[in-house]
Design a protein around this ligand. Structure first.
Ligand code: SAH
Length: 352
């Protein structure tokens, strides 16, 4: 059931639904909350709820555009070629990347996979030549795909399983006072846990993201069949771990994910350790998963910042500060990771 087509607060819709049919899964809660959240606003930028890397500096999108152009040139400049971005936000990354790629002769057709009509309007202003898609199924089936997803996978709903005295159960959501709380579901879920992780202390939580796994699987299939390369950039971990990582952000502050669903951005850490083998299982090359700071430095962000500062010395300190936000270890440089994938016949990528 989609709860996004009505203007009632989502919390009220959840209360009615749970009252009628029982607890909903945390995955259902997060999926509906984000669908409502993104459908109803442009959350990006200083005046919004959170700031992403492409909104911090043009250098981010430019270096991604150069990376894609380098891959495409080394692979033989095959045409037609498609730029595909998942969840392109305000279209800023695409605009910067396509401008940089054009200098190297790469002018792909542009495809945006976007669920939010509010953001589509903003994207249209940034990249008027783009074509929009609800999902990957309508992306052209011929010609290499150059796929980019920045802070997309973290917005997809996670499923959480919790170890109880009675075994593994799915985490479900019910109202309590004016907010919601998680309880353990009544169905045994032991079969959903890999055998190696099944024995665990009571209270252990395992989080998975079926939507992220499905996205990687599908893109890997396209890379294998059509050629191309992909970059997934997100905050997350590259080692398996336990615990809930779901959080809510509103106006640049962490808030309670269980009050006012649909009014804050819900995200979870991306489990890169699980995603790389899914791509490899389809015969695609995993180029690596590295911290964002290292990747941007390997691609020459320091030199690019210097060039920009020389061209506009009055902006020098702002350019340096923006670079530091992207690469600094206490900022985005370590927590954010870049995962690269390439078609089996494509070259290895710079930066990994
Ligand atoms: N990549 C942009 C925006 C990140 S915010 C940036 O870096 O600035 C997350 C983006 O993913 C938004 O554009 C949001 O509308 C989109 N999105 C979230 N869930 C989605 C889904 N299930 N299908 C398609 N797009 C989705």
């Amino acid at each position: 059931m989609s709860a996004t087509g009505t203007s009632d607060p989502l919390g009220e819709i959840f209360r009615r639904l749970i009252g009628n049919t029982g607890p909903i899964s945390l995955m259902h809660y997060m999926g509906e909350a984000n669908a409502r959240y993104y459908a109803s606003r442009d959350p990006l930028g200083a005046a919004g709820d959170f700031v992403t890397a492409p909104e911090i500096s043009q250098m981010f999108g430019e270096l991604i555009g150069l990376w894609l152009a380098d891959m495409w040139i080394n692979a033989g400049r095959e045409e037609p070629v498609h730029y595909v971005e998942m969840g392109p936000g305000r279209g800023t990354l695409a605009r910067d990347a396509l401008r940089a790629a054009k200098r190297y002769g790469l002018t792909p057709s542009v495809h945006f996979v976007e669920a939010s009509t509010a953001l589509k309007d903003v994207q249209l202003a940034s990249v008027p030549q783009a074509q929009w898609h609800h999902d990957l199924s309508t992306i052209p089936p011929y010609g290499p795909v150059l796929v980019v997803a920045n802070e997309f996978l973290d917005a997809l709903p996670v499923r959480q399983l919790v170890m109880t005295e009675a075994g593994w159960r799915e985490r479900m959501v019910v109202p309590e006072g004016d907010r919601f709380v998680c309880i353990a579901g009544s169905q045994p879920m032991d079969a959903a846990i890999p055998e190696a992780r099944r024995a665990a202390e009571v209270g252990t939580i395992i989080e998975t993201c079926p939507g992220a796994a499905a996205t990687i699987y599908e893109i890997a299939g396209r890379l294998k069949d059509q050629g191309g390369a992909a970059l997934f950039i997100d905050y997350g971990h590259d080692q398996l771990r336990d615990g809930s990582t779901m959080q809510a952000v509103r106006q640049h502050l962490k808030v309670d994910p269980f009050s006012q669903p649909g009014e804050a951005d819900l995200t979870a850490h991306v489990d890169f350790a699980t995603l790389a083998p899914i791509a490899q299982s389809r015969g695609v090359r995993w180029l690596g998963t590295v911290p964002q700071g290292r990747w941007l430095r390997n691609l020459g962000i320091d030199a690019r910042a210097q060039t920009l500062a020389q061209a506009a010395p009055q902006h020098g300190p702002a350019i340096e500060a923006a670079k530091e936000r992207l690469v600094g270890e206490g900022q985005m440089g370590l927590l954010f990771k870049v995962m690269g994938l390439a078609a089996p016949s494509w070259p290895g990528g710079a930066g990994f």
